[in-house]
Design a binder for this molecule. Structure first.
Ligand SMILES: [Fe+2]
Length: 351
């Protein structure tokens, strides 16, 4: 009896969803009507055009409608917390493992026991207890001015603290989660004390106080303000693929550090199913869909990131750079070391 009633309800609400859904974004009020229906409510800090194709493709395959609410990661987190039990959100999709870890600490996610997700996503790119999963990889690498630095001079992240790079390094602010995660990852790799020495060495080599995002660092390297930086690869791909900015790309080389050691620092775009999700089964289906080859292609390509599933074709510029050894220590270890990383950066005077 209960089942039948539920099914009737599902059918009626699915129709409501179908009408309004083409507009996708900004439709907040009608969430309540669609609760429990053939929908999945996705809170995402991603805003890439290819993601739209992803949602259409999923809808076509499953009949489950995707409602999208976009916002910055921290805003979405706050919103989910303040909505509490009444939150219509099924999935939180955001960037950075440490943020996902924090959301997990706040009790926002439920574990998802999915063989598909476990089999397709390597263990180092997800929470060991299955609260969240990485769906694309971001590689934070060394970038250098080709006329000033030879790749033969480069080796490891730690080497960037060497006095030979004095006044030659630009870095984004320590308030940025990418650098915080990198330092947290270094704590995992080499311990607190060595990490602190490393960070102090980096700061001593800064060509200027930190300003701007990863793109600003790359442009500073291209312009000769500094010789080196550490940045996420997808920022440089944007310069490669924009004819008006190609000049920047032509001046900057990519170096994958630590190839004889722990490998390149990796982070993720990822997400999980929320504790109060009204459509948990649909949410799990959506996450499982994200590791299908076509979805992996859309998802990773949306921001020129690396797919997490093996065998998916890379964006051409990434493919041209070739394969490299990745740090497989586990992105889940970064969150627990984040607070210590921030303290180290503060003590070292990394603005
Ligand atoms: Fe970014």
């Amino acid at each position: 009896m209960r089942k039948i009633t539920r099914r009737v309800f599902l059918g009626a609400s699915a129709a409501v969803g179908a009408v309004a859904l083409a507009e996708l974004t900004g439709v907040k009020d009608s969430f309540a009507q669609r609760r429990g229906a053939g929908v999945v409510n996705l809170y995402s800090s991603r805003h890439y055009n290819t993601d739209k194709r992803l949602y259409t493709d999923f809808e076509r395959q499953t009949g489950i409608r995707v409602n999208l609410i976009e916002g910055k990661g921290d805003e979405l987190l706050e919103r989910i917390k303040s909505e509490g039990k009444n939150s219509p959100a099924d999935i939180l999709m955001t960037v950075n493992a440490a943020i996902l870890w924090q959301a997990q600490q706040d009790g926002l996610f439920i574990p998802v026991n999915s063989r598909i997700l476990r089999e397709r996503i390597p263990p180092y790119l997800r929470d060991p207890a299955n609260h969240w999963f990485g769906f694309s990889k971001r590689a934070r690498v060394i970038m250098y001015n080709k006329s000033k630095v030879s790749p033969s001079e480069l080796s490891t992240y730690e080497d960037l603290a060497s006095p030979k790079w004095k006044g030659r390094l630009v870095m984004r602010s320590s308030t940025n989660i990418y650098n915080q995660s990198l330092v947290a990852n270094m704590i995992v790799r080499i311990g607190k004390e060595r990490t602190e020495r490393w960070v102090r060495g980096l700061v001593a080599n800064f060509a200027r106080p930190p300003e701007g995002n990863d793109s600003a660092q790359i442009e500073a390297v291209a312009a000769g303000i500094a010789d080196l930086t550490i940045a996420n690869t997808y920022y440089l791909v944007r310069y490669a693929n924009d004819p008006r900015k190609r000049e920047v790309y032509d001046r900057v080389g990519v170096f994958f550090p630590d190839q004889r050691g722990a490998g390149v620092h990796i982070n993720i775009s990822g997400g999980g199913v929320l504790r109060h999700a009204p459509n948990k089964e649909n949410a799990i289906r959506f996450l499982e869909y994200l590791v299908s080859p076509s979805a992996q292609d859309y998802f990773a390509r949306g921001n020129n990131e690396y797919p997490v599933v093996k065998g998916v074709k890379l964006e051409p510029v990434l493919a041209q750079w070739g394969t490299f050894k990745e740090d497989t220590t586990g992105v889940a270890k970064q969150g627990p070391n984040l607070a210590e990383a921030i303290r180290i950066m503060d003590r070292a005077g990394w603005k």
